[in-house]
Design a protein around this ligand. Structure first.
Ligand code: 6R9
Length: 658
């Protein structure tokens, strides 16, 4: 600030100056105050007076940023002595070294102390209109009982428990029970085949499986216990299978199940039966008190920050699925912070992430992020079109959902059914709409924003991966009125430093460029290794661009510095020397009314009824590519494929090629 001094009226100038200085400091104080109200930790960060300064601080002082956040937001049994000890080029990642904590205590006990009757979970069962609410106190009790049950059956710290269950409170309690006793969980999506399940059980060296008798999704019953029976035949290490009852139909028990002591089995059975048959008005906790035998107190294990919390398998383009490993403190903290800030989640909000718990989105944003924040989270068991295409919005109205988080594939599908299905229901509780899993094309983005959100809710296109643990790029957090560009993930989250590389591996420093998306410095939520195969971890993520984490995705950085994900790098199409992502081609195709969705490939020009997709809804472009390349042997791992007949149809359509 420059002010003229001296001259004819010193008094006036001095007075004027004082007022200006006062106004300046008042404004500075207000800005500091705003940023501290936004994030209390920021009050202790030097020179951080507004949100953009906070973002810059988090990138250039990542250690101080995360140390403050970790102290503020997690309950520690023993404080950490070293914030981070990372070497990206060797794939050695450690956060909050020396610290000890228990994830289930952070997700449950500390909220039970302050608000035991707050609803933790709203189970939106497949049968619409029969939701079940579980409070923090109830979820803690369930978790402790299960923890005790597992302990009594010999599950120890460091063991791995496979969970093959639909999205339901008992699945969440199973995850948290593992965390409580220090076992790792390995949730396998309950739509996977027996072979896919067996492969994951074997690779994880899992000795215990938790499942249900039958699953129900979209009104269809699936035989989950039978699938487990088939799977464990080729898994000699499996000692025990716990079976919960999702439906009333009894299932055949095998020798393995019978071998368990009757009383223990009974306890498990009762626990499950109470929970699973619960309808809206069922007073289940009264029955729990009466019937459950397990103690409601279960001593939490003191876990080191870097002990394994879970494995989650994700398919690679070739070879067998990778069991990505996430650890305790860093993962939980990152899930919690992104959940709070990307979606602007506030106490009392109802958070509706419709992903299945079998995917990372379900882990981070149905379970760990919301529970670490003491939130109320919806567990969605059904499909977007069951019993009709109004399912999501009827649920939003009934459960008064404030943040809705879904996938572009579902949005594209619903868009084709027309606006009436949305208009029928009251969506005035919605504040933020999120998208994840694939690039969201402009048409779907605009429909989501205009029709679903009535043009008043920010749409956050969130880019991240199983490997990143939580959201890395998304339009928020940023000032409430900061612009959001349709179809762009836009801005890095706190401490994330996205970097684009050219084909020679050089860092692209300017804007308006496309390249391979890497992340230049470690963050607490990133995966630590691939289970039993650290070498593969290094080769896949660390070696392509030494010193950087390589994501495998391509991205464009706009003139303004915003990021747009263009899709997996191996999907990039070269048209007359221009690198074009499949997303851009599909964007154009999707604007034709006759096209429901599309997946493009440079020599693929045939219209098909269905596209091969993973069970989480991602189009499996590599399968299309291999078909047109006539390389059927090279299609790689198909265990995540939703409907194999879609591939058969395409192969038949390409009879001349294959
Ligand atoms: C969270 C999740 C990761 C891959 C990722 C990318 C694609 C996810 C995206 C997106 C464009 C987005 N992806 N979010 N592409 N825009 N907002 O989906 O994890 O199942 O491991 O998949 O999904 O290609 O590399 P995961």
């Amino acid at each position: 600030m420059w002010l003229p001094c001296g001259g004819t009226s010193n008094y006036i100038v001095t007075h004027f100056r004082r007022r200006l200085f006062k106004a300046y400091f008042r404004d500075l104080g207000r800005r500091r105050c705003n940023v501290a109200a936004f994030m209390p930790e920021a009050a202790g960060f030097d020179g951080v007076s507004d949100r953009s300064a906070l973002q810059e601080f988090s990138v250039s002082n990542s250690e101080s940023f995360w140390a403050a956040v970790a102290r503020q937001r997690l309950s520690w049994i023993r404080p950490f002595h070293t914030v981070q000890d990372c070497d990206l080029s060797r794939g050695e990642i450690k956060w909050f070294v020396g610290g000890q904590l228990n994830v289930s205590v952070n997700c449950l006990d500390r909220h039970v102390h302050t608000c035991p009757e707050r609803v933790a979970l709203i189970w939106e069962r497949d049968e619409s209109g029969s939701e079940v609410k579980v409070t923090y106190r109830e979820l803690l009790e369930m978790t402790c009982r299960l923890g005790n049950l597992l302990r009594r059956h010999g599950v120890k710290r460091g063991d791995c428990v496979t969970i093959y269950m639909p999205t339901c409170p008992l699945a969440v309690a199973s995850m948290l029970a593992c965390a409580r006793i220090g076992a790792a969980h390995n949730v396998v999506f309950a739509g996977f085949s027996a072979e896919a399940l067996a492969e994951r059980i074997r690779d994880a060296q899992s000795g215990t499986v938790i499942t249900v008798n039958q699953g129900v999704r979209g009104g269809k019953v699936t035989e989950l216990k039978k699938t487990v029976d088939t799977a464990v035949q080729s898994c000699p290490a499996v000692q025990q299978v716990f079976v919960a009852m999702r439906t009333e139909n009894p299932v055949a028990m095998t020798a393995r199940d019978v071998a368990m002591e009757e009383v223990k089995y009974q306890t498990n059975w009762i626990l499950i039966k109470i929970l699973m048959s619960t309808a809206g008005d069922y007073k289940w906790h009264a029955v729990v008190q009466e019937m459950l035998k397990e103690d409601v107190v279960c001593e939490p294990a003191a876990m080191d920050s870097e002990d394994v919390l879970f494995l989650l398998y994700t398919s690679g383009s070739t070879g067998k699925p990778k069991g990505l490993v996430h650890t305790q403190a860093g993962y939980l903290l990152y899930a919690a912070l992104t959940h709070r800030y990307v979606f602007s989640y506030h106490d009392g909000d109802v958070f509706g992430c419709v992903a299945d718990i079998g995917w990372i989105t379900g882990h981070s944003y149905s379970v760990y992020g919301p529970l670490a924040n003491g939130g109320t989270t919806v567990l969605f068991e059904s499909t977007p079109i069951y019993p009709d295409p109004g399912r999501y919005w009827e649920m939003v109205q009934r459960l008064k959902i404030n943040q809705f988080y879904g996938a572009p594939t579902a949005i594209r599908l619903l868009l084709k059914y027309g606006d009436e299905w949305v208009h029928k229901y009251d969506r005035s509780t919605l504040k933020t709409l999120g998208s994840v899993g694939e690039p969201i094309n402009t048409e779907a983005w605009e429909w989501y924003h205009r029709v679903v959100g009535d043009g008043r809710c920010p749409v956050v296109d969130t880019w991240w991966q199983t490997e990143t643990g939580g959201i890395c790029i998304s339009p928020r957090p940023s000032d409430a009125d900061a612009e959001i560009v349709p179809g762009m993930a836009m801005r890095p989250f706190f401490s994330i430093k996205p970097t684009l590389m050219d084909t020679e591996g050089k860092v692209l420093t300017s804007n308006d460029v496309s390249g391979a998306l890497c992340i230049a410095q470690p963050w607490p939520g990133m995966a630590r290794t691939i289970h039993n195969n650290h070498q593969r971890f290094i080769e896949t993520y660390c070696r392509p661009h030494p010193g950087y984490f390589f994501t495998g995705d391509g991205a464009y950085r706009s003139k303004e510095g915003y990021y747009q994900i263009t899709g997996r790098l191996d999907d990039v199409i070269n048209v007359s020397g221009h690198r074009i992502g499949t997303a851009e081609i599909e964007d154009v195709l999707n604007q034709c009314a006759a096209v429901a969705e599309s997946a493009s490939h440079r020599v693929f020009s045939q219209f098909v009824q269905r596209l091969p997709k993973t069970r989480s809804g991602k189009i499996m472009r590599r399968v299309l590519r291999k078909v047109v390349e006539r390389d059927l042997d090279g299609v790689g791992d198909l265990s995540t494929l939703d409907d194999p007949t879609a591939v058969q149809e395409i192969i038949q359509g390409h009879g001349d090629l294959c």
